[in-house]
Design a binder for this molecule. Sequence first.
Ligand SMILES: [Zn+2]
Length: 890
Amino acid sequence: MGFVRIWLLAALILGFSPASAMGRDQGLSAPGHQTSVEHPVPEGRLSSVVKPESYRLDLTVDPSSERFSGQVEIDVVLAEPVRHIDLHGRSLNIRSVTVTSAGQSYRPRWQQVHSSGVLRLRFGSVLPAGPATLRFDYDAAFNDGPSGMFRVNVDGKWYSWTQLQSIDARAVFPSFDQPDFKTPFGITLRTPPGLMAVSNAPELSTNTEEGLAIHRFAPTLPLPTYLVAMMVGPFVATESAVPANRHRAEPLPLRIVSTRQNADKLAFAMQGSKQIVSLLEDYFQDSFPFPKLDQITSPIMPGAMENAGADLYRDGLLVLDDDATPSRQRGFGMVVSHELAHQWFGDLVTPAWWDDIWLNESFANWMGYRIGDAWRPDLNMAAGALAEGFRAMRLDSLAAGRPIRQPIETSAQINGAFDSITYGKGSHVITMIAAFMGDEAFRNGVLGYLKAHRYGSATSSDFFAALAEAAGDERIVPAMQSFVEQQGVPLLTFHREGRHFAVSQSRYASLGGVVDETQWTVPLCVRRAKERHCQLLDGKRTDIEIGGRGPIIPNAGGTGYYRFELSPSLWRALISRARKLPSGEAQAVADSLAASVLAGRTDVGELVRLARQLVRHPDSFAADAATNALVAIADAGIVDPAGKQGWKRYRARLYAPLMRGYGFDPAAGLYSAESPERSQRRAQILGHLLWTRKGTKFRRRLEAASDAFLSGERAALDPAWFGSAFDLHLRQGGEQAARKLMERALASEDPVFRPAAIRAVSRIGDVVVAKWLVEDLEDDRLRKSERRALLSGVMARSSTRDIGYGWIIKNLDELQSDSGGIFMSTWLPRLFDDFCSVEKSAQLASELGPRFAETPGALAFERTLEKVRNCGMFKDQLGSSVSEVFARLR
Ligand SMILES: [Zn+2]
């Protein structure tokens, strides 16, 4: 299947190009099928014969047009004489190519020779070794999803942005699109007058020629292609500077740039960005590595992107104020710290190839939480960091998977590396090694690494070596390698033997799962009362002697990336003390106990005991850790109706008394002065109660508030409650209310209201509405990313899942060839995650397996099959006993 699509795409590129065919190859060589082609097509890395030295881009960008155009000049050095040059270019309409070398001019023929965007220039004579300049004249289409150069109409005005990671620079300009080629870029943007243009470097001058504004930017510091940024539109910007400090003699110019309707909501982002830049400079003991910083928003970004000096964020991440919910403020602190940490880790020092992308993402994720936590300790981001690591363990316990660092041979494998293994597991592993080394030694390792590779590129080995040197301990290298280069979650089994604890390691698998035997070098830290003991476990088993009294905590601080199994008496002792444990340890207990239940080793009743202990834990992440694991089991389709009823009753009884201490009124801004943890806990408790009998009065309040809000009384409903309020509103109003709310959403550009309303409509669970959403809804205002959100919602509800499934099957080709950006390849297969049946897994495998094979979504699809099968297996073997336990809960 893949092959046919590749062929068609290549044919389209060649067939529909309006420009003259002069100089273009008439033949088409499909990948793997070159007949008389002289050299194989590089599907991954380019050869090192041609090295780019600098780029000059001169582009005409009018976001209200369908295409952009321009010239690109690339100075290169050839290590030897060549008859062809391979570089990158995808779906570009190239009009001419000229190469100059040693005063001679050459007119090569050109052809896109692979669907991933390999562009081959063929010369009629030999091009000599030494410097040369390649010049391209071309045009290309704007994209409508967040990749390449894309445009969106916001409030009647067109704006365009770029998102070039991972390999979409080649869809914007001809380039040597791989991360180790770092060069300066000289950028000029020609735009309609009155539009703002933003790029990586400061704008030097603007003048007008032939009716166009010409924005000239200073040459950039050395950058890989994936970090280049070009944004154009009638943006608004607030301007200020991060004051000079001991790392930097001059103030750093800082702007927050957004679409017009957000103009008066940018102060929070300005203040927070300033503080976060300073905190990062203190951590890195270094000035911000680029001469200015713009923080830019777009309504359709799936997350954020660390373009050097021109970071791009989804609207909702930057557009907020002091009244925003704790989770939105936390999102701001974490994501801004993450992207700005990348300015050093990723932008200043760049991975040499995509197999080391974890160096960027794992570290930036870790720093995101760490600096976010330093910025606003009241938001409790450190606990949230561990929660993300424990979530990643669920994915990492499958047999289908990948290690954090994975060999990347072809372009199709690159985007799959941006998954929660790279982000969540990677940052938990960094947390583990930093806790084991000590914070100061770890930081010294980081600083040594950055110093050695400034404005260049580096690999995992460079990073490991810097850490080992800072720690003065060579064993850091095999320990890191064992976690970074092997997939899977270590399971440490503890037995009491007299005064010792015997610890043995294996690889965790859930019930019926078959995984390879694996061994790690585990930085193991255990605790017993005030006694803490750390050692490297590098064999199959070890003995631990630890003083102190009370239960043993097998994962001290919760910083270890491993799960543990205990004998029943050790579990009981730990569960009964769980409420007193620090948040990270309590989360580790909940994760390991839930994992033990899913492996069929521990009765689900023990998890209920833990939930009862933890609900009164003072930390909001720990307090719900066990309950959420039970909710996941109850909602997975494993439990029969009597069991579900029993669980619902029990959950209401567990949470109703807690609500008394919080009170609830949905009016806007009412709780903005209280601590974020208190607000978050109220929202969690309400979430557990809302759909039970004990939630009746809260439902009524929310229904009344949402009616008032939707009839124009904005103060009646705080955005914190949009989700549940709109769910309730739709449950009352059905199809008619859904159509009305969708209309309201599409007429609004509010970065909180619009997505919340669309999400609620998509999850209504009503068959008629679901059909309308996926099959019939035609509206120019509905963006492609929002269509995907609709599909996710329809698939999330069991009552409408089959409608979504049928539509996906019919439209799979279109979905798979969609230009949705870096996270698209894992998003599509995950739509099937919520099925729970061995038969369904087999059906998915036979119906869809061949269509995902060898696509960027292949691994994500394998994982989905396994999740669906594991859930079914658990249901078949333990569903009735879990149901009985739930039905008997009192
Ligand atoms: Zn990142």
